[in-house]
Write a protein that binds this ligand. Sequence first.
Ligand SMILES: [Zn+2]
Length: 461
Amino acid sequence: MRSIVHDTTVVTPAGREVRTLARHSLVFEDGRVTALAPAAELQDRVARGEFDTVIPGAACITTAGLVNTHHHLYQSLTRCLRDVQDERLFGWLLKLYERWRHLDYRAVNLAAKVSIAELLLHGATTTSDHFYMLPPHTDVRMEAVLDAAAALGIRLHLCRGSMSLGQSGGGLPPDDCVERDADILADCVRVLDAYHDPRPYALRRIDLAPCSPFAVSRELLRDTRQLARERGVLLHTHVAETREEEAFCVEKFGRRPVQFLAELDWLGADVYLAHCVYANDEEIGLLARTRTGVSLCPMSNMRLGSGLSPIGRMLAAGVRAGLGVDGSSSNDGGNVLAEARQALLVARATTACENSGAPLLPVAEAFKLATSGGAACLNRPELGHLNVGAAADFAMFRRDDVALAGAAAQDPLAALVLCDPPRAERVFVAGREVVRDGRVVALDETALGAEFNDLVAARFR
Ligand SMILES: [Zn+2]
């Protein structure tokens, strides 16, 4: 099956640059991009009927699929929960654990569908999901998320998350919400054996992801790292998100959060870390030297009053960075382009506050965070761009959408980053259409929304 998006405006990272290619065509076959060339060069082949599918592209900006590197898909269950709207992280978590201890398979599955639908509809084609809330007294399993992703067609890095340090052991979560270290490690092995696909272009990978330094034991951090390195999979966790976490780590471990991870050999090219708001210049240098990835989550950090991550200083130091929308209880949406815009605004405002005279973060750098930067965090060189050999993951936004009107004629790249991002018109993952006419192909969005509202009203308020 050979397909072509014909005569469109392509926006894609290419090496260190971002290229905007007017009147180009994108050919894809077996889930991969096989040609990217001026439309005029491919016109004869289109006329001869060489393509099984011809997708007209003139009305759209076609961008590399967006990559989201940090999420908790189940958290749409407690989006906008009244009790925690004005709470900071620790207070927010303590009240949310009381709701999340009632999770079950169906609730997680529906929540994952809602969150994935939202991501797809806004042009994301790959997401990481850090799923750490698996109370032992429930039927919650990683399959609740895997099934939702497979049904809707998004590319998934599912992080087998974990919490093992309950309140009786000095941790933050209630004791009945945490699992035993041995049970966590056994399930990590089970999920890796059953679902991890190490091949390039894989639709599904498993990463290992203890929740945070204040929710797992030091032994679990060590053993998870060892298992991940034996199996050649990625490690992920939250770190340096708030001042309170920093104080917790200094008091309990005698180390600041990033230094604590360094001591546990938890930095490197196989690690990506969410937040790093409270990383000082020395720690930023360490993240860059070790090639550790960072998932920047500026909206969540501001929503929870956590702080402003040092995005400009990280990028200037050469840290591998991508974006995470974070869970929908702290954002409260799944729009990666909106996150790119927010990252740009935070970086620029921080530069002003620091009065360093550093240049403003360019639009193209913010776009790279949402695409090739995120792909680099996930060690996926085949994602986040549309050059020949890339996965056929892309999103098409209408140029005449009022949100982009005028901007699309000025500069399509800037339109994507600086305007209010509209819904995508069409989205493809591995060459398969997952959004058509602005609707998710595999589900009845309105029915899902109504069913989900009923569930939330009955059990998660
Ligand atoms: Zn998070």
